[in-house]
Each structure stands twice: as structure tokens, then as C-alpha cells.
Ligand binder design. Sequence first.
Ligand code: CTP
Length: 221
Amino acid sequence: MLKGKRILITAGPTKEFIDPVRFISNASSGKMGYAIAEELSSKGAEVILVSGPTNIKCNSNTIKVVQVTTALEMLQACQHYFDSVDIVFFTAAVADYRPLIMESSKIKKNDETMTIQLTKNPDIAYEFGKIKRDDQISVGFALETDNIIEYGKGKMQKKKFDFIVLNTTNENGEGFGFDTNKISLLFNDDSIKHFPLKAKTEVAKDIVAELETRIQNPIAI
Ligand code: CTP
């Protein structure tokens, strides 16, 4: 059913440079996005993985990996594919802000305090939501520490996700950096499905299985 489907996935963190040797980033490992890419590829989908800097080597030579560093680069790379894909997974932990000015030389420590002015990065999922067609499926991810369902619902509506994968950092072994994750799937018909703590490779199978169910039963998506 996923055979021949063209699927775009964003993964990993982005790095936003302050000067040539320093940057703002986050602890995303990219593991979840890569696991989903491998699972989709094993089902015969044509996968394009737009990845921020990670330490992961993609095992499948059928996945097209596009390496980017910054949020602006990630947006540009994704925009190239938005029109031609059937499904998009937004697993990347895009830095919400970047330094307003990137210094061209290394900043010297002259003062006791220093201030870096930040400016908002584009929201890649929101940009896709603005042009998304009815025949396209969009899947979002959200890592929350509290009000998980309320915030998840808000993001799903704002970014036009068909469903959103929610996870928290409340328990050991889930979220950034870990090999395991405990997720809930929230759908745009307000239904929710909870899953136990599992290896990220198994979580990827659950997410892809759910996607297949929803493709078979489009009324529910
Ligand atoms: N996302 C994105 N581009 C951004 C920020 C987020 O594509 N600049 C996507 C993420 O990949 C994820 C979803 O939007 O699928 C939700 O991301 P999250 O960081 O949880 O949401 P934000 O809208 O940034 O809200 P906040 O950080 O305030 O919780």
C-alpha cells in the first residue's frame, strides 16, 4: 500500500550559528526520523530524508538523504519536494530561533556579559500546512513536558497535521537521545491511541502501521 508512495521526512536537530565556531542547537538525535525512514523504505515507499546534523548512518541505499544544517536550509530543501510528495513526516527538532546576526569572525570574550539577539526561524510544518492538498497526508511530532494533549491538538490544527505523535520527557527512556520512546497518537477526529514504551524501531513500525490503516480508511483521516 505504501509501495511507490513518495514520502518526505525531516529529521534531527538544526544548528544555528552565532559565529564560525559556535552554534545554538538541541539534543535531538534524529533516531526516530531515521527509524521511520527505514520502515517506510522497507515497505517500498520512495523516501526522501531531509536531515539536520546527526551521527546516524542511513543503512538503506534506497533512501535519498539530503543533509542540511540550519532551519533555513531545511525549509529550502523541503520546499523543493512539497508539491510532489504524497506524505510528509515532520520529525525534525527545528531550532525555533536563530541569531539575528552571524558574526563572520570568532567572538572574543571582552565583556562580563553578552547578549545574543535571536530571530524566529520559519516553521516548516506550518509552511507545508498552508499549501497542503487534500490528497496529501501530513504527520507531526511534539515533545511536551505538560498539557500534552491540549498543546498537541493546537499544533495539529495550526499546522494541518492529519495526526500528531506525542511524547513527553516525563519518564526514563523516552524522547531525545534514548533508543526507546513512549508515544500517543492524536488524530484530527480527536481520537487518541496510547502505546507502551518501546524501541524506536518498534515505535516506527506502530506509526507506519497506523498510517497504513488510515490510508485504507480515509474517512478517518
Ligand atoms: N516544526 C517545524 N518547523 C519548526 C518548528 C516545528 O517543522 N520551525 C514541526 C516539528 O518537526 C514538529 C511540529 O512542528 O513536527 C511541532 O514542533 P514543536 O517544536 O513541538 O512545536 P512548535 O510549534 O515549535 O511549538 P513550541 O516549541 O512552542 O512548543
